[in-house]
Design a protein around this ligand. Structure first.
Ligand code: C2E
Ligand code: MG
Ligand code: MG
Length: 583
């Protein structure tokens, strides 16, 4: 028996009490004697014994009274309790048991009987204790898990991330540790339009995909909403970190399937390096987050390193904003034209107007950089109108010069699309330039439409009523599922270049592209493949019955002068033989 056990003996007969205490002592058990019930209760409270042996018949407070009192005290109620009695009547047994006694010993009892009864209690108590200990252990582990994990995705949370990062930092004292912050592009729109439950399922799928993209020693955590953090614990070079970021972005080019809906989601990744960019995880995350915001501002689907220069990023934006205000008046803006080729004839059928900014000091600033700024500041409205005016005028001029069926596609920004008087402005431009509306195509992106579907459909119908055509641009990079497409009155669907790219190496890309094409066909939309750069890509889009193509394979966007040369030279695209034979 355990040396540390303590037994309280409550017995008014001194002889019996001393006898038991001696016996216990011989067994190496600490015995405490009490000569009446009240002292017994006091000692029980004070000493918290492991077991109580108690006489039934005692003057003043008897054994039943003692047991009743003990069972009412939560600290004492679980102590095993054995009655000692000279009575052996059945009714007395019952009374004691009903009060919660664990056993009964009838006096006189032998040493073996006493020790046997004590041993049985301790064994039972040990078993119960073991059960509670394991329950407690489970509860502790659960609590620990909950404290360290995000309940939605099961990923580590920010608390856990900090702990794990500190561990990595102590083991990798000499090395650089890349810290990534990833946000989904336009996630709010998913929540707003498809519901939060849907958004939650998407986040779970994203969590799984991210985990699959990194090594088992790397850490993926969810920070909040659609923000995730990744610590590349085993990677110590910038270029390797870049590869992981690229792999993650690439993995997003495959659709997510949520509630049987296919969804395209892109992400933006900001990256920081420990210890260069911060001493602790909070600072590193803040900087990675800053870089991520920057990536989002550039249109998303990008990774971006934090750099201290980036702090001036906003002031750089500010400088761009200021000079953009003057760009129009200073004639720094120019419209370029990228030919769109008819895939049945190989002839140029039209052009997409693409804005260029020839900055006096910075040289050519890409629209990817300045359009978001123009959009944010509202400058896009006058600029966009100028593009429309210029492109329509230019197209009309070319038509007059003999290219009478030439069409032009102009990109509309979200702000422009949401202008209340867009329709009137458009009418005015068409009147001024005398371009017939059927030669003008307006390119919109999914993200502009998804916020308020009904309003968007109404606006689109109002524009279509003018006779202009509507194209959905960059299709596949936003959020909509294929079936979503049917609701909108589009005429043209432009398959984004990321689906055209590497079609042959990437079978899931090919499958998605095929699904998009089929869908568009069944909706009787004209299909234009964007960003066709290689013969292989051309063969693929021809085989799949795309109506038109646009891409470097035929021509980059050109200045009006250069484009005119192509028209005059009747430059055409050799269409692969038999490409259009399947139907
Ligand atoms: P977008 O409308 O999807 O335009 C297609 C972009 O793909 C253009 O980039 C074009 O130069 C590029 N591209 C064309 N063929 C190829 C190819 O074979 N390979 C590759 N890698 N790229 C190709 P750009 O001109 O830099 O324009 C970027 C985006 O800026 C446009 O994407 C459009 O969303 C926006 N944008 C351009 N001009 C305007 C404008 O006047 N108004 C508005 N609101 N947005 C514009
Ligand atoms: Mg476009
Ligand atoms: Mg596009």
């Amino acid at each position: 028996m355990n040396m540390t056990k303590k037994i309280l003996v409550i017995e008014d007969e001194t002889f019996v009490r001393e006898n038991i205490l001696e016996l216990l002592d011989a067994e190496g058990i600490e015995g405490i004697g009490a000569e009446n019930g009240n002292i017994g209760i006091d000692l029980a409270r004070e000493q918290k014994p492991d077991l109580i042996l108690c006489d039934v018949m005692m003057p003043a407070l008897d054994g039943y009274g003692v047991l009743t009192a003990l069972r009412q005290d939560s600290a004492l109620t679980a102590i095993p309790f054995i009655f000692l009695t000279a009575k052996a009547a059945k009714a007395d047994f019952r009374q004691g048991m009903e009060l919660g006694a664990d056993d009964y010993l009838t006096k006189p009892f032998t040493r073996a009987e006493l020790l046997g009864a004590i041993a049985t209690r301790f064994k039972k108590q040990a078993a119960v204790q073991k059960f509670y200990d394991s329950e407690l252990q489970v509860a502790k582990e659960q609590l620990n898990y909950l404290m360290h994990h995000d309940s939605l995705t099961g990923l580590p949370n920010q608390l856990s991330l900090r702990e794990q990062f500190n561990q990595v930092q102590t083991t990798e004292t000499q090395s650089l540790i890349p810290v990534l912050c990833l946000g989904l592009d336009r996630f709010n729109q998913v929540n707003n339009n498809l519901g939060q439950a849907f958004g939650d399922l998407l986040l779970q799928a994203v969590a799984q995909r991210l985990t699959a993209c990194v090594g088992s020693k790397d850490i993926v955590a969810r920070l909040n909403a659609d923000r995730f953090a990744i610590i590349l614990a085993t990677i110590h070079h910038k270029k390797d970190a870049i590869q992981v970021a690229q792999a993650i972005l690439r993995s997003f080019s495959q659709t997510f399937v949520v509630q049987e809906q296919e969804l395209f989601v892109t992400a933006s990744i900001g990256m920081a390096l420990s210890p260069r960019d911060g001493a602790d995880i909070e600072q590193l995350l803040a900087r990675a987050n800053q870089a991520m915001v920057q990536a989002k501002q550039q249109g998303g689907d990008l990774y971006q390193w934090y750099s201290s220069v980036l702090n001036t990023g906003s002031s750089d934006n500010l400088a761009l904003q200021t000079s953009l205000r003057h760009a129009l008046e200073r004639n720094e803006l120019e419209v370029y034209y990228q030919p769109q080729v008819n895939l049945r004839t190989g002839q140029i059928m039209g052009a997409e107007a693409l804005l260029r900014w020839q900055h006096p000091e910075r040289g050519m600033v890409s629209p990817g950089k300045f359009i978001p700024i123009a959009e944010e500041t509202g400058l896009i409205v006058p600029i966009g109108e100028w593009v429309l005016q210029t492109a329509c005028q230019q197209t009309k001029d070319w038509q007059r010069a003999g290219f009478s069926s030439l069409r032009v596609a102009v990109n509309l920004s979200s702000r422009q699309f949401n202008q209340v008087d867009l329709r009137q402005r458009l009418v005015k431009i068409l009147n001024q330039t005398a371009l017939q509306p059927q030669y003008l195509e307006l390119e919109l992106t999914e993200s502009m439409l998804i916020k308020n579907v009904e309003v968007a459909i109404r606006r689109l119908n109002a524009l279509k009523a003018l006779g202009v055509e509507i194209a959905i641009d960059d299709f596949g990079t936003g959020y909509s599922s294929l079936s979503y497409l049917q609701q909108f009155p589009f005429d043209v669907l432009k398959i984004d270049q990321c689906f055209v790219r590497n079609i042959m190496d990437n079978s899931s890309n090919a499958a998605i592209t095929q699904a998009i094409i089929q869908m568009a066909k069944s909706l009787k939309l004209k299909l234009i493949a964007e960003g066709v750069e290689t013969e292989t890509e051309l063969a693929f889009v021809c085989q799949h019955q795309c109506d038109g193509m646009q891409g470097y394979l035929f021509s980059r966007p050109l200045s009006a002068n250069e484009f005119e040369k192509l028209l005059i030279n009747r430059k055409s695209l050799p269409i692969p033989i038999g490409a259009n034979s399947i139907d």
